[in-house]
Design a protein around this ligand. Structure first.
Ligand code: SAM
Ligand code: SF4
Ligand code: SF4
Length: 344
């Protein structure tokens, strides 16, 4: 079936499946101080791993310029990610540049390791929302997952610093992998319900080509909701907006909510409005894309804003990605890009 190509210069730029461009995830570094086994396993990201040269990274000014252009295509939400965004030097200066663009909802995802130090500076720079990743309350389990011996208490310290700096709500992401941390589901739910932060459980995904993903290792969102509900009854809550990635569930006693991100068992491609920019300025239209579109060459080659805008529009209007919906079919791409590079 041939689909019509929509107008590529409209603020409501739509792709070939009619999906608008609303979210932009920007990877600000491909480096990380963790080696989470499901993301940057040590065997593949060892001491000899070649990370990008500094000159290859988009500068803060380049990121801000591209962001302004994406906004004209309808982008409303920006998420800074990586790699670990807080290891990029002076990242709060980038936050300031982006926070100064009116009408954008700006957020950042971090492993929390440097948050105790950085929370106030990020807040002062204009960051309104933050998501912290934490996979267990159990030190042995968490250390086995981050694989750099990083303790739970330090992440909690970071979360507390973020709360003290005024971030509200704070979201906490927990990737659940069978055999690794399913026993942490309930302790995590109890802890963050008490603290009043929104815990979101993420199904272990087959991103990249190095994490040894198997479907058997996925604990489904449904199982997670059942496990929690048996002790702390849950009921479904309405999405905050169309295309929200996390399915919301609230505690029946009114003590808060959780989210589940069922990217494997309940694919949400039909509502996917997300584009990603890699650390070196490649534009990707799907987390599972096998190739990107080089915005950095345009930026550094003297392209005007109109030319950049036309290039972005052209890429989005040609988009037909729906990897999660067709996962398991035989036409799967073989050379997927690592999440730390493309931006989680
Ligand atoms: N370093 C930051 C952090 O960990 O929060 C930001 C980047 S990380 C790639 C973004 C999110 O992707 C994290 O919440 C992480 O847990 C999640 N993630 C990484 N690999 C994953 C996988 N294989 N399946 C599901 N989620 C994954
Ligand atoms: Fe680093 Fe985040 Fe990937 Fe863990 S999930 S290795 S913290 S980028
Ligand atoms: Fe979006 Fe691709 Fe994920 Fe589907 S698989 S939800 S198109 S990023």
């Amino acid at each position: 079936m041939t689909l019509p190509i929509p107008d590529a210069s409209s603020p409501n730029t739509r792709d070939r499946l009619g999906r608008p461009l609303r979210d932009l995830r920007i990877s600000v570094t491909d480096r990380c101080n963790f080696r989470c086994v499901y993301c940057m396993p040590k065997e593949k990201f060892g001491s000899d791993h070649q990370f990008l040269e500094r000159s290859a990274l988009l500068s803060f000014e380049e990121i801000a310029r591209v962001t302004r252009i994406f906004k004209t295509h309808g982008v409303e939400k920006i998420r800074l990610t990586g790699g670990e965004p807080l290891v990029r030097r002076n990242v709060e200066q980038l936050v300031k540049l982006l926070a100064d663009i009116p009408g954008l909802d700006l957020t950042l995802t971090t492993n929390g390791s440097l948050l105790a130090k950085k929370a106030q500076a990020l807040r002062d720079a204009g960051l309104k929302r933050i998501t912290v990743s934490l996979d267990s309350m159990d030190d042995a389990v968490f250390k086995a997952m981050n694989d750099v011996d990083f303790p739970v208490a330090k992440v909690i310290e970071g979360i507390d610093a973020a709360a003290a700096a005024g971030f509200d709500p704070i979201k906490v992401n927990m990737v659940v992998k069978r055999g690794l941390n399913e026993h942490s589901i309930l302790p995590m739910a109890r802890f963050f319900r008490e603290r009043g932060h929104i815990l979101r459980f993420i199904e272990f995904m087959d991103v990249g080509a190095t994490n040894g993903w198997r479907l058997d290792d996925v604990i489904s969102a449904r199982e997670i909701v059942d496990i929690i509900s048996r002790e702390m009854p849950l009921e479904p809550a309405d999405p905050n907006y169309t295309g929200e990635v996390a399915e919301r569930w609230r505690y029946k006693d009114g003590s808060g909510e959780i989210g589940v991100i069922a990217s494997v068992t309940q694919a949400f491609c039909r509502n996917c409005t997300r584009a990603r920019i890699s650390t070196e300025g490649q534009l990707y239209t799907c987390l599972f894309a096998t190739s990107g579109h080089d915005l950095r060459s345009l930026l550094r080659g003297g392209a005007s804003d109109d030319e950049l805008s036309a290039a972005i529009g052209k890429v989005w209007t040609a988009r037909a990605d729906r990897y999660s919906e067709i996962r398991g079919e035989h036409t799967m791409p073989l050379k997927k890009i690592e999440m730390s590079y493309i931006g989680g």
